[in-house]
Design a protein around this ligand. Sequence first.
Ligand code: DGY
Length: 322
Amino acid sequence: MMSQFKVLITRPLPTTLEKLEAIAEIEVWPERQPPAYDVLREKVQAIDGLLCLLTDQIDQALIAANPALKVISQMAVGFDNIDIAAATAHKIPVGHTPGVLTDATADLTWALLMAAARRVVEGDRFTRQGKWQTWEPDLLLGPNVSGATLGIVGFGRIGQAMARRAKGFGMRILYTDPHRAAPELEQDLGADFVSFDQLLQEADFVTIHTVLSAETHHLFSDRQFEQMQRSAILINTARGPIVDPAALYRALSAEQIAGAALDVTDPEPIPTDSPLLTLENLIITPHIGSASRQTRKQMADMAIANLIAGLKGDRLPHCVNP
Ligand code: DGY
């Protein structure tokens, strides 16, 4: 039987493709690196549906290369790599994968918070370098996590999941967001709505969970670091460009803040000669917030469900366009 549709998946996925195979001819980009932009734009012209990742730049020109595309399905909750306005103008639905990665991402954020506070990575380096000679009263001291103040910037699903974890550690929880949460939710999570400035000034740990947009690009720069406590630790598992990397370097090297942990950088991957990589008080992981086996499979399955719905002309289960 002839397949009804042609689809491109821009990397091998951690799930099975049977449901899609039943209705479509599938090309899977086989390499570890994403297809180059020009290659992708060429390929998009010959397909009905695209399943892409956050590493693929889906801009206006790429979308215009095939305005008859039936669907763009991104395997991620974030979609700042896709020009949603251009897709909407061509009536192309865009899918994403919210919800399934909330806990995995909050878990990794929590791991980074704990690791930065208790200097886990420094301790590992210290040990491997043969520097562990005895138990010392003041070796690798860090701040308490229990009872400290957590500042959550962006109180969506992942920000709220952080509040849930922080509650278990008896932390004081502050959050800021363009939209205040319902009073019942604030009460349930024990979270206080404050201004961005108050959060910066009072938090021992500041964790970023907002989307990347024109408003949040370099939301953290010199002025914000100057407002934070010298003992404060910044964690970013959202999007790299929310933090100005040059300003972060200045703040960490001058000990304007005590430490940072990043799962996302600007650019990605971080250049190997980035001055940030010379700092002892910075932890960096390679954008693995959602990287639990179960979560990545759920994300892939959800992206396929969105893709199939779009090919069939049905409303996507998780659609980004208004
Ligand atoms: C997302 O989904 O947006 C994360 O950055 C990757 O899981």
